[in-house]
Design a protein around this ligand. Sequence first.
Ligand code: ZN
Length: 134
Amino acid sequence: MIKIEHIGIAVKNLDEANKIYKKLLGTGSYKTEAVESENVMTSFFKVGENKIELLEATSDQSAIHKFIEKRGEGIHHIAFDVSDIYLEMERLKNEGFILLNEIPKIGADNKLVCFVHPKNTTGVLIELCQSKNQ
Ligand code: ZN
């Protein structure tokens, strides 16, 4: 794994959260993006070379909706940048981690992503992500 690519935060209301994070970070969101496959609307902020991803559910079927129902707003996942997502997925599977998708999905930011079940990661949902042009 190369570095922490971003931290995902589940929010109830993206507009409100955008205002809060703009105040907090001193700079506004540089993009918003709908991720159809996850039923979420996302908003990204840059902090140095790291990013914060705010996620709002766009449907009751969204994992973000379920997360907020259960645990309220807060940190939802930590995403790690990887150079070869297929290789990392294989490696983690062999280490006994549970992958939530067997093949990489198209995530936000035009990346290939795979989620790792929090059950075996001390309760933290992990996202692997690889830039498609890497
Ligand atoms: Zn993410």
